[in-house]
Design a protein around this ligand. Structure first.
Ligand code: PMP
Length: 676
């Protein structure tokens, strides 16, 4: 069913009552109806408002055999959706009441082209203003009705489909020239005069579009109107759009105490934080919480008392949740028994044995406090064992000289150290082979994050192990992130591969400072000689926390739950990006248990800042990282999806209208590592 839908109303702001304005003695509405009636279609209907002033239009069109659909005076799109449903239309032909000269033959051509080309949206390009015909697949009318938010989309009906990358858009030119600036529609009373002149020149009511084209070519002076601004109505609604987009911002949070703390902190603590990733580089000063007061489960409370859902979770440390009740009791008891001793504690033994049960390659175990402790211990151990100095790395491995030498934050690292650290690319086995060729018998170990946000391809991990061993180097898996998250035993368990040494940290003690280096006994035994020793090694609270965390995770199928809930969130975000056609500016990468939502384009950091700002106002602390914890309940995840949906919408249109920077309320985020 094809329906010609004539959009018309009496209440034009620029020319009130224009539909009854007389052209050669006949009202405008009658001109349009009588000409459009010659077009072939199943249904012909006037779409107008419920307002009383439009009753007269309905009476006229009904008397001329047309149907009527009426609806909200503000929401034009609603009338189209009603027409689609009422008449069961497959396609809508949109014409407007201000076009008295409309050519029925163009309507026929438009319908045929749209059907033949199976277009979702058909239009003529370069056509004279006053002859436009658009044909829209009704599915897109309904989709727009459901999803369109901008005033321009609701008022002008077709911008939603015509700007969608998903829609098949077909447009044809009827002539080489662009006549779109020639104005033969009725927006102002003075337009009537021009139209009457044209009609006089045509000297017949039986004319078509090409007769007008001929006239333009022979007497162009008749059509010269310098004061005319085309598409004024549409331009006005774009202005309304911009105001509307700005109004989508939620009310600002109070950051009074936060800012005052920040001012004090920046004077006494460089970067005002102990960790780059918790500093103003990653959190917008003025638009995001900066200081935590307390946290429980996955809810963090900031210095101003704002409560937000957290997905960064202490940079991935709090796998079960902040202050997680089931393990608190054990910690309290241990506190009363002492935190470090002059002697080693038996708890160390208990944890080492537990770890050797859950991590496949853990024949022996030593503990550290931060991830950097154990990655650096692994490198020193490998250097001692192989009597070689160079290291090949892939991923992030901590703050120590040997690794940070390879980054853009290497100030203070001696050149001699920098020369010893090489880098290769994930899933690019040739880049590792090349290092072994260039530095034959010099590489002590290959250290890599077994999986980050990219899936290993072509047996990459096994290939790394084989090639390294062929070249006499040890393989160290940096499982600081993947351990106790991707699987209890880390990526090595998930992908069934066995490194020589591996490093764990972050999640293993649910937020207490605890890390571990584990591996084959033949290598680990060298710690008898290699110096890896510090005062707080064996500190008991963290060990108890690790034991309790690991046991809780084993007994409660935590890993499975994390994958499951993370998948729901990740898929939902991917769907939002796709539904809202945001692929050019946003992406999700990684695994359900740990993924990032990040932004593209040269404005990526501004986009991220605006996203963080509007998420914070809606109760979600956004840093890009999604480290799913056991405290992220289904309900919390659904709430997050609803928040992201709203904020994506803001981002989409703020980006489209170039309003991002104008809408920011705080400082723009910065990268921790700049591009080299
Ligand atoms: N390795 C990886 C993969 C990491 O992500 C990190 C920390 N982000 C480290 C090592 C260093 O750990 P830490 O910051 O605890 O020293």
């Amino acid at each position: 069913m094809i329906g010609i839908c004539l959009q018309a109303r009496m209440g034009s702001t620029r020319f009130r009552g224009k539909m009854l304005a007389k052209i050669n003695g006949k009202p405008l509405i009658n001109w349009v109806i009588s000409r459009a009636s010659f077009a072939k279609s199943d249904v012909k209907a006037l779409l107008t408002s419920n307002l009383e002033e439009d009753d007269i239009l309905c009476e006229i069109v009904i008397s001329l055999g047309w149907q009527v659909v009426r609806g909200d005076s503000e929401d034009v799109l609603e009338r189209y959706a009603k027409a689609v449903e009422l008449f069961g239309l497959s396609h809508v032909v949109r014409i407007t009441g201000d076009c008295p000269l409309i050519d029925p033959e163009l309507i026929n051509i438009a319908i045929n082209h749209c059907l033949e080309s199976k277009a979702d949206y058909f239009s003529f390009s370069g056509i004279i203003d006053g002859f436009e015909v658009e044909v829209i697949n009704s599915d897109w009318i309904l989709k727009a009705y459901k999803n369109a938010v901008l005033p321009s989309q609701r008022e002008h009906v077709t911008p939603y489909v015509s700007s969608s990358k998903r829609a098949k858009k077909v447009s044809i030119k009827l002539h080489e020239e662009d006549f779109s600036s020639i104005h033969l529609s009725v927006d102002y009373p003075e337009d009537i005069e021009v139209i009457e002149t044209v009609l006089k020149e045509l000297n017949s009511e039986n004319f078509g579009y090409f007769d007008v084209v001929k006239l333009i070519k022979s007497k162009p002076e008749l059509f010269m109107r310098e004061e005319f601004i085309p598409n004024l109505g549409y331009r006005r609604s774009i202005e309304k759009d911009r105001e509307f987009v700005k109004s989508l911002k939620a009310k600002s949070l109070s950051f009074e105490k936060t800012i005052s703390h920040f001012k004090r902190a920046i004077e006494i603590i460089p970067t005002a934080s102990q960790t780059f990733s918790k500093s103003y580089l990653q959190l917008s000063v003025g638009a995001s919480p900066l200081f935590a007061k307390e946290a429980k489960g996955c809810i963090i409370k900031d210095a101003d008392g704002n409560e937000l859902i957290d997905y960064t979770m202490g940079l991935g440390a709090c796998i079960l949740g902040y202050a997680f009740e089931p393990i608190l009791e054990g910690l309290k008891k241990q506190l009363e028994k002492g935190t470090i001793y002059t002697l080693s504690s038996t708890l160390e033994l208990e944890l080492a044995e537990l770890i050797s049960k859950v991590i496949p390659s853990a024949q022996m175990v030593r503990f550290g406090k931060n991830g950097s402790d154990v990655t650096s211990a692994a490198v020193r151990l490998a250097r001692a064992i192989t009597n070689r100095d160079m290291v090949a790395c892939c991923g992030y491995h901590g703050w120590q000289d040997w690794y940070i030498a390879s980054t853009t934050r290497s100030a203070g690292v001696p050149k001699a150290v920098k020369d010893l650290t090489l880098s290769f690319n994930y899933n690019d086995i040739d880049s590792l082979k090349k290092l072994f060729e260039q530095h034959k018998d010099k590489i002590a170990c290959v250290i890599l994050e077994p999986v980050g946000i990219e899936e290993p391809r072509d047996n990459f991990l096994k290939q790394v192990i084989d090639i390294s061993h062929e070249n006499g180097a040890l393989v160290v898996f940096d499982e600081v992130v993947t351990g106790f998250r991707f699987a209890l035993g880390g990526a090595q368990e998930l992908f069934n591969v066995e490194p020589d040494l591996s490093c764990f940290g972050k999640a293993m003690a649910n937020g207490l400072p605890m890390s571990a280096i584990v591996g084959k006994s033949e290598y680990m035994k060298h710690f008898d000689e290699v110096f890896f020793s510090f005062t707080f090694g064996g500190e008991t609270l963290s060990i108890v926390s690790a034991i309790e965390t690991i046991n809780y995770m084993r007994e409660n199928n935590v890993i499975n739950t994390l994958w499951h809930r993370g998948q729901r969130l990740k898929t939902a975000i991917e769907n939002l990006i796709s539904e809202k056609e945001l692929e050019d500016i946003a992406f999700v990468k990684g695994f359900p248990v740990r993924f990032v939502l990040d932004f593209k384009t040269q404005d990526a950091l501004k986009l991220k800042t605006l996203f963080q700002q509007e998420c914070a106002k809606r109760g979600v602390l956004f840093t890009g990282s999604h480290n799913i914890s056991f405290s992220h309940s289904d309900e919390i995840i659904e709430k997050t999806i609803a928040v992201y949906s709203e904020v994506f919408e803001i981002l989409k249109y703020a980006n489209y209208y170039g309003l991002i920077e104008e809408m920011l309320e705080g400082e723009i985020l910065q990268p921790v590592f700049r591009k080299p």
